[in-house]
Design a protein around this ligand. Structure first.
Ligand SMILES: [Fe+2]
Ligand SMILES: [Fe+2]
Length: 275
């Protein structure tokens, strides 16, 4: 196994407890009687902000799904204008990515409008959660460091903890409301799409020719951001866990291993690493 494979496997194992903890937070919300329509509006609108802006994973400050679509469209314009044709796979990859995220946004938006038919909120207002703002700032700070873009992009999707939790929480429900259906469809679409996004990003990290020191930076960056992402998730879903509990969960290697085995076997297979 190459250095890159070895170090990526380590990075995934070190991140897994945070992913398992995201799962636990979201599963708790949907199964422990704390869910209310008002709280649903709260988590859904923050998630809409995250789908639209990426909370720092889509690019520099100000980049949104809208910009990604325009970036792809401007390259398509060049084809229309008879100019040199660029990397077509990159253009369709960018378009597909933007459409996936737009679709996640749109499923949530439909659920939001069912809960609050007259609901009007700007994207900025939707993102107004202190721990969420901190995550955005932290990601931009990491982007300014060596290999920063690569490190930040590896945090997209957070190991899918939230989405697997929704799927499991609703797996045996027989009576689902329209809102429940939309939430389940959102989670399913995200798992399907994010498996591709995640595997692609990890693959690029494998090919990036990073040194051992670079990989140590990757590790530090992932853990720093995933710890903050956990605080964001907790606040997004009603702050059911104390900071102390979150720290404990983020360090629970056993829970991380169990989560990887149960949910993320595809990553190891796709990347050719034992996780
Ligand atoms: Fe998404
Ligand atoms: Fe995504």
């Amino acid at each position: 196994m190459s250095l890159a494979h070895d170090m990526l496997a380590r990075a995934i194992r070190a991140s897994a407890p945070y992913w398992a903890a995201e799962y636990a937070i979201v599963f708790h919300y949907f199964t422990n009687g704390v869910r209310t329509p008002q709280r649903d509006i709260g988590w859904i609108t923050l998630q809409m902000f995250k789908e639209w802006t990426g909370s720092g994973v889509y690019g520099k400050r100000g980049v949104t799904v809208n910009n990604l679509i325009k970036r792809a469209a401007s390259q398509i314009d060049q084809i229309d204008a008879g100019e040199a044709i660029g990397d077509l796979d990159a253009i369709s990859g960018l378009l597909q990515f933007a459409i996936d995220e737009f679709n996640h946004f749109s499923l949530l938006c439909k659920a939001f409008l069912k809960l609050d038919p007259d609901g009007r909120m700007s994207i900025e207002q939707m993102g107004d959660l202190p721990e969420g703002r901190r995550l955005v700032e932290l990601r931009h700070a990491w982007r300014d460091r060596p290999n920063g873009d690569l490190i930040v992009e590896l945090t997209e999707g957070g190991g899918l903890g939230m989405y697997f939790a929704v799927g499991d929480a609703f797996a045996h429900s027989t009576q689902r409301s329209d809102v429940d259906e939309l939430i389940v469809r959102f989670a399913q679409a995200t798992v399907t799409d994010e498996i591709q996004h995640m595997a692609g990003r990890f693959q690029r990290a494998l090919e990036a020719d990073l040194s051992r020191e670079d990989w140590e930076q990757v590790d530090a960056g992932l853990q720093d951001q995933f710890a903050q992402k956990l605080r964001e998730r907790n606040q997004q879903f009603g702050s059911a866990f104390s900071d102390e509990a979150l720290e404990h969960m983020g360090a629970d290697a056993g829970a991380g291993r169990a989560y990887l085995r149960r949910n993320l076997g595809f990553l190891g297979e796709r990347l050719g690493i034992p996780v």
